[in-house]
Design a protein around this ligand. Structure first.
Ligand code: UGA
Length: 441
């Protein structure tokens, strides 16, 4: 099939590359000329495992190309995926102006039937607006359909998620649209769920909101564990074995970040209020999430006393492992607060250093974890990169000024850290101090 993907951001690029990989003819569009230039040179603007090699392969096979010309996309492709950005406004509402602009551009160039599919995460009723917008310019309704096909890929495992989806949601309003999308998603036919357009839009916002709420729920429980000296990892294990609850997204830590959960929760909340059906629970989820970062910072202050002129090593800047994305990353707020308290911050991240340099000021950018911890009063773990699991902690201990670790992602066994001689603080698990210190009390 001939497909155009309009908007070559995270979702757009992965969608385009994966459809090309599945054998379709794909044209990826973006109005950022620099990005198109980069992509044409075979470089990806984001770090995502497996994406760059897939793009290379598909470009070489002539299945994937890039352009900034949306007219070309409408002329050549039967299916047009809208994957443009829907950034949050100040009040949390999604800014849909890019979607409107693209809808108008499509409408102006509609000559033959086209299926317009929204893939960007959008509030319910956006599809209706796309339809109305196109219709106001091209009133011939037989020339187009609007459908919703939300994407559920996660950064860091996006290619895998796309090619092995849990479900494929097709929100359609006509048999023709359903037929086309069913044919496109034939390799995943057993996973297809067909709904109306509005239900599909809600599935996406409700799924992200539910998952984010699950994280806030476990973080709230973790704080209770901290108070009484229980173990959140064990609590989550015990809860997650109930199939009605499930084990995933029960990892306590410093809360969720990234460009999806915080933005989508706010947008869903805003939309619910606008519709007169306010979803107050989401307010609490957001509140817990925001407080969780400060809870972690308070732990650091509690054990280090004054932060002024203390040196702190922060490992991990990306909002999660296997990505270079730092949008809404908890690290940024945490580092900002530490700096405001007068601490000297040394940072390291396996992939996000280039992005970090653009937004972090006054920090020392280390070449590796060992350089980051050199002379620091404490090591603070913010992102659970695999690379950190295999660190040489004997070496770390020698390099640190004080053997203190604050682990915001519960990466390590408290007992093991204690045996290595660290004072180890994590989330929702008993603080561990070195044996010698304990026994001398
Ligand atoms: C999320 C959803 O998981 C995807 O299904 C969805 O397609 C995507 O948003 C989107 O809307 O585009 P993503 O933001 O890439 O994906 O990352 P997640 O793996 O969901 O993690 C989000 C945040 O939650 C991260 O900061 C992560 O550290 C945190 N998290 C996740 C926890 O704190 N605990 C957990 O148990 C799981």
């Amino acid at each position: 099939m001939k497909i155009a993907v309009i908007g070559s951001g995270y979702v757009g690029l992965v969608t385009g590359a994966c459809f090309a990989h599945l054998g379709h003819q794909v044209l990826c569009i973006d109005n950022n000329l620099e990005k198109i230039k980069l992509l044409r040179q075979g470089k990806t603007p984001i770090y995502e495992p497996g994406l760059e090699s897939m793009i290379h392969k598909c470009v070489k096979e002539g299945k994937l190309s890039f352009s900034s010309n949306i007219v070309q996309a409408v002329q050549k492709s039967e299916i047009l995926f809208i994957c443009v950005n829907t950034p949050p406004k100040e009040n949390g509402e999604a800014d849909l102006s890019f979607i409107e602009t693209v809808s108008r551009e499509i409408a102006k160039n509609l000559k033959e039937y086209r299926l317009i599919v929204e893939k960007s995460t959008v509030p319910v009723q956006t599809g209706e607006w796309i339809l109305k917008t196109i219709q106001s310019i091209q009133p011939n309704l037989s020339l187009f359909d609007v459908a919703s096909n939300p994407e559920f890929l996660r950064e860091g495992s996006a290619v895998k998620d796309f090619l092995k989806p849990d479900r494929v949601i097709l929100g359609v309003e006509s048999p023709r649209a359903e037929k086309i999308l069913r044919a496109l998603y034939k390799p995943f036919s057993s996973k297809i769920v067909v709904t109306d357009l509005k239900s599909a839009e809600i599935i996406k916002h409700a799924s992200n909101s539910f998952l984010a709420t699950k994280i806030s729920f476990i973080n709230a429980v973790a704080r209770i564990c901290d108070v009484v000296g229980a173990d959140i990892e064990k609590v989550a294990l015990g809860m997650g074995m109930d199939p009605r609850i499930g084990p995933s997204f029960l990892k306590a830590g410093i809360g969720f970040g990234g460009f999806c959960f915080p933005k989508d929760l706010s947008a869903f909340l805003h939309m619910s209020e606008k519709l007169g059906a306010p979803f107050e629970l989401l307010k609490e989820s957001l509140k817990i999430n925001s407080a969780q970062k400060y809870y972690f910072i308070e732990k650091i202050e509690h054990h280090l006393w004054n932060l002024k002129d203390k040196t702190l090593a922060v490992l991990g800047i990306a909002f999660k492992p296997n990505t270079d994305d730092i949008r809404y990353a908890p690290s940024l707020e945490i580092i900002d607060v530490l700096q405001k308290q007068g601490a000297h911050v040394r940072v390291y991240d396996p992939q996000a250093m280039a992005n970090a340099r653009k937004v972090l000021h006054g920090v020392f950018f280390a070449k590796n974890p060992y350089e980051a911890v050199k002379g620091a009063d404490a090591l603070i773990i913010v992102t659970e990169w695999d690379e950190f699991k295999s660190l040489d902690f004997k070496k770390i201990k020698k390099l640190l000024k004080q053997s203190i670790i604050f682990d915001g992602r519960n990466m390590f066994e408290p007992e093991a850290m204690q045996r290595l001689g660290f004072q180890y603080h994590s989330i929702g698990r008993k603080a561990q101090e070195p044996r010698s210190k304990r026994s001398s009390r």
